[in-house]
Design a protein around this ligand. Structure first.
Ligand SMILES: CCC/C=C/C=C/C(=O)SCCNC(=O)CCNC(=O)[C@H](O)C(C)(C)COP(=O)(O)OP(=O)(O)OC[C@H]1O[C@@H](n2cnc3c(N)ncnc32)[C@H](O)[C@@H]1OP(=O)(O)O
Length: 305
C-alpha cells in the first residue's frame, strides 16, 4: 500500500501535497434578497430562509423571482456546496399569496381575446415552474427543513429539494384543488416519484387533505422528524457539513445523475454517468480522497467547483 501511495504522489507531487496541507481561507460571497435571508453558517454550507414571516412566507411575485435568482446564483457559486432551505416565522409557508394571485389573474382576465389571454397565463405558469425547478437545477444538494404549515406552492418547492426533514408540528397540504386549481408548478410530477406511491399521491392531490409529520415520515415525504425547528436545523446543518466535506466533483455529479435518472431508463442513466465520469475520473479529488482513505489521514481539503 505504501509503495502504491508513493507512486501516486510521485506522479503528482506538488499538487497533492500542497492541497492536502492547505487550509480554507476564502470568504463566502453572500447575496441578499428582498424575500430571502441567505447566510453561510458553516464552511461551504449556505442557509436560505424564506423571509416574509409577517405574510406567512407566502409566494408573492418577489418571492417567486427571488427563489429562481437565488438558486441560480448558488448553482453558479463555487463556494456553495450544499444548501439548507427553511422558513422564518410561524410557518414554513402558507403557499401562494392569494391576494397577489387574484390581482394577477384579474389583470390577465382584463385582456379580451382568448388566445392572447391564454398566452399570458401560459407564460405566467411557465415562469413560476422555472423558479421551482431552479432548486432541482442547482447542482448543490438542497436539504429542506419544514416546520408547521407547508401548503400548496410549498409542497411544490419541497418536492424539488433533495432531502426533506420536518418538525413534529409540521403538516403538508397539496391544496390547489381546494382553491380551484390543478397543481401546475411541479407537485403532480414530483410528489409521486418522491413518495413512490401513485395511489397516495393521487389521494393527496385530489382531496387536499392535510398530512401530519408522522404520516409524511411513513410515506417517505420526509426522511426524519425532529421535536422542534432548532433541532431540525442543527441536524440539517450537520448533515450539510458532512456533504460539504466530500469532493464537490463527486457530490455534484451524483446529484446531476440522480436528477437525470429520475425520468429515464436505467440504461440512459448508466450512459449519462459514464459520460460524466469519463471527465470526472480525471479529477485530482479521486487521488486526494483515495490517499486519505488509504492512509487514514482524515478528510482532505477539496478545491471549490
Ligand atoms: C399560477 C399559480 C401557481 C401556483 C399555485 C399555488 C397554489 C397554492 O399555494 S394553494 C394554497 C394557498 N394557500 C392557502 O390556501 C392557505 C390559506 N391559509 C391558511 O390555511 C391559514 O392561514 C394557515 C393554516 C396557513 C395559517 O393559519 P394561522 O391560524 O396560523 O394564521 P391565520 O390567522 O389564518 O392567517 C394570518 C394572516 O395571513 C393571511 N393568510 C394566510 N394564508 C394566506 C395566503 N396564502 N395568502 C394571503 N394571505 C394569507 C390570513 O388571511 C391572515 O390575514 P389577516 O386576517 O389580515 O391577519
Amino acid at each position: 500500500m505504501a509503495s502504491f501511495i508513493k507512486s501516486i504522489i510521485f506522479n503528482q507531487p506538488k499538487k497533492v501535497a500542497s492541497t492536502l496541507l492547505r487550509t480554507y481561507s476564502a470568504k463566502a460571497d453572500v447575496t441578499q434578497y428582498e424575500t430571502l435571508a441567505v447566510s453561510v453558517p458553516k464552511k461551504n454550507v449556505f442557509h436560505v430562509e424564506l423571509n416574509r414571516p409577517d405574510k406567512l412566507n407566502t409566494f408573492n411575485e418577489a418571492l417567486w423571482q427571488d427563489l429562481g435568482a437565488c438558486f441560480k446564483a448558488l448553482h453558479e457559486n463555487p463556494e456553495c456546496r450544499v444548501v439548507v432551505l427553511s422558513g422564518r416565522g410561524k410557518h414554513f409557508t402558507a403557499g401562494i399569496d392569494l391576494k397577489s394571485l387574484l390581482s394577477g389573474f384579474t389583470k390577465i382576465n382584463e385582456v379580451e381575446d382568448a388566445a392572447r389571454k391564454a398566452r399570458l397565463f401560459y407564460e405566467l405558469v411557465k415562469r413560476f415552474q422555472t423558479y421551482i425547478t431552479a432548486v432541482e437545477d442547482c447542482t448543490k444538494p438542497v436539504l429542506n427543513v419544514v416546520h408547521q404549515a407547508c401548503i400548496g406552492a410549498g409542497v411544490n418547492l419541497t418536492t424539488a429539494a433533495d432531502i426533506r426533514y420536518c418538525t413534529e408540528d409540521a403538516w403538508f397540504q397539496v391544496k390547489e384543488v381546494q382553491i380551484g386549481l390543478a397543481g401546475d408548478v411541479g407537485v403532480l410530477q414530483r410528489l409521486p416519484k418522491v413518495i413512490g406511491s401513485a395511489s397516495v399521491a393521487r389521494e393527496l392531490c385530489y382531496t387536499a387533505r392535510k398530512v401530519t409529520a408522522q404520516e409524511a415520515l411513513s410515506i417517505g415525504l420526509v426522511s426524519r422528524v425532529f421535536p422542534d425547528k432548532d433541532a431540525a436545523i442543527t441536524e440539517a446543518l450537520n448533515v450539510a457539513e458532512t456533504i460539504a466535506s466530500m469532493s464537490p466533483v463527486a457530490v455534484q455529479a451524483t446529484k446531476q445523475n440522480l436528477v437525470y435518472s429520475q425520468d429515464r431508463t436505467v440504461a440512459e442513466g448508466l450512459e449519462h454517468i459514464c459520460l460524466i465520469n469519463a471527465i470526472n475520473h480525471q479529477s485530482e479529488d479521486i487521488t486526494k480522497a483515495a490517499i486519505a482513505q488509504a492512509t487514514k489521514s482524515g478528510q482532505p481539503e477539496f478545491d471549490d467547483l
